[in-house]
Design a protein around this ligand. Structure first.
Ligand code: DQA
Length: 149
């Protein structure tokens, strides 16, 4: 199985930005955690982070053209603003899990909207960086079930 793990704006600042919300693990440590987890599970992981909306759209499309089985995405602040990311995920029809490090549902009103959510099979929030591993496990369980059925 091949998964694209896509992170949006400011997630390269993990470990520096607002540790009360996002913890102390930095982006490169997060990448190592994800790579190790995927290696153990026999999943090929393609990791990507960008601060630019169009580049994130390009990466979602690339996941489709490169034959990915699914996507795990933390769109960062674009969660709350981007119809382009929603359309990109819809256009691939790839099973996608939305993940947020913080408990967005307990935060500001503007964080209560997620455009991408309606195209996702699941949303994980408030589990810190461990949420990425949970998202990968849920995506692989979903795909295994689909193969079995
Ligand atoms: C975030 C939550 C968003 O509201 C915020 O803009 C982020 C990170 C999270 O992982 O908790 O950049 O997606």
């Amino acid at each position: 199985m091949k998964f694209y793990i896509i992170n949006g704006p400011n997630l390269n600042m993990l470990g520096i930005r607002e540790p009360g919300h996002y913890g102390k693990t930095d982006y490169s440590e997060l990448c190592n955690m994800i790579n190790e987890h995927c290696e153990k599970k026999g999943i090929e992981a393609v990791l990507y982070q960008s601060n630019h909306e169009g580049d994130l759209v390009d990466k979602i499309q690339e996941a489709y053209f490169m034959g990915a089985d699914g996507i795990v995405i933390n769109p960062g602040a674009y969660t709350h603003t981007s119809i382009a990311l929603l359309d990109a995920v819809k256009s691939t029809s790839l099973p996608t899990v939305e993940i947020h490090i913080s408990a967005v549902e307990t935060r500001e009103a503007f964080r209560q909207i997620s455009y991408i959510r309606e195209a996702c099979i699941k949303t994980i929030t408030g589990e810190g960086v461990m949420g990425y591993l949970h998202a990968i496990d849920d995506l692989s369980a979903y795909l295994r079930k689909e193969i079995d059925e």
